[in-house]
Design a protein around this ligand. Sequence first.
Ligand code: GTP
Ligand code: MG
Length: 440
Amino acid sequence: MFETLSAKVQDALRFVTGKSKITEKNIDDAVEAIKIALLDADVNLRVVRRFVNAAAEEARGERVLRAVDPGQQFIKIVHDKLAGFLGEGEAGLVLRGPDTLSTILMLGLQGSGKTTTAAKLALRLRKEGRKPLLAACDLIRPAAVEQLAILGAAVNIPVYKEDGAKDPLKVYRGAFLWAQRNLIDTIIVDTTGRLQIDEGMMAELEALRDAARPDERLLVADAMTGQLAADIAKTFNERIGLSGVILSKFDSDTRGGAALSIKTVTGRPVKFVGTGEKPEDLEPFHPERIAGRILGMGDVVSLVEKAQEVISRQEALELQKKMAKETLTLEDWLSQLRAMKKMGSLQKVLEMIPGMQGQISEEDLEKEDLGKQEAILSSMTRKERANYLIIGPSRRARIAKGSGTSVAEVARLLKQFEKTRGMMKKMAKSGRMPPQLQAR
Ligand SMILES: Nc1nc2c(ncn2[C@@H]2O[C@H](COP(=O)(O)OP(=O)(O)OP(=O)(O)O)[C@@H](O)[C@H]2O)c(=O)[nH]1
Ligand SMILES: [Mg+2]
């Protein structure tokens, strides 16, 4: 999996590696080559466009780190963007506690791997200490029930089936009652697949969904079908509402388009990948690791991460000097705020602001309207931001008007700033500095 894509992406990066300086042209060349590699890997065109634009834009806007060469920095950007397109971290199953019955609905086209994956999931859940039951609700394909029974027996997981049944809803209800009587905590429902999406199948699945109200609605999609898998996922998501996707046949020599497209096309994460025909061949999907595998440059990525930490530390040190000299201004406040918004992770920024750890919880900050604060600060003049003491009533009124807020809100921000400034001053004096700022 990904070998060809990986080779091509690595080849594309030669436009930027080993150079002491990279130009717009270098970035454009690299981005263009990556674009072609992704299209060859059968990634959805819209996804490719979004990816390359995002990577190129960030590369141009990025501040140059002194500790690494620009090519390495660019690789890190491509890595992070790739990981972002693959998903946000590992997305596991969301099930209810073992004292309440959870249900997983398996969905997918014919031959995508639903039945096999149902058994794989059951095995996995049992290893995690749960008590799963497989429910045979594919009543259309001949021998489907028998296939599930055999798979269940092979891994010693109970299978609920009703011989000669015609109505999947009735079988589901029977499975539910059986599960309650037998201390089962998770029902995995195998369903009928069709050659292509048709009304009959969707109606049947909707009825099952409404009856079972499943905690997980998992589409099993064949990774070999490339970006078609993403289109199928999109349709299922619109009709049934997916909680995630499992890409089967990930072990086959596919080009990777499905994995790279699904999250962006559907907004739903890939939760697992099937890596073979055996019951144990199911693995969680790790966006970071896969991005790393495609780029094949793990050490470069961690090198740049380290360099970025150093930069943050330098910034923090500068800030600390200012605090000690009591020169922290609203200008600094504004740039912190912007950094916060840009980075998206408040925790990360908090770690950079000296003395702030543990002072404000992430929850508190989440409640603050950063956009509003930024509007207020931007409506001040440079002079005002340099010295907040000059901001009297008439200035406050002007700032409120300019930022579309109220005088009370402007006053609150100023008060908050004053408080923080005082707190920081005290910390700087008492020498209670966060560990990353202590002299080394
Ligand atoms: N190599 C490989 N084969 C797989 C994987 N998952 C499923 N298969 C194979 O794909 C074929 C179809 O799998 P099934 O589980 O029967 O698919 P299904 O979606 O239940 O099919 P229908 O019930 O006919 O709709 C079987 O031969 C499986 O062994 C996988 O991750 N890797
Ligand atoms: Mg099946």
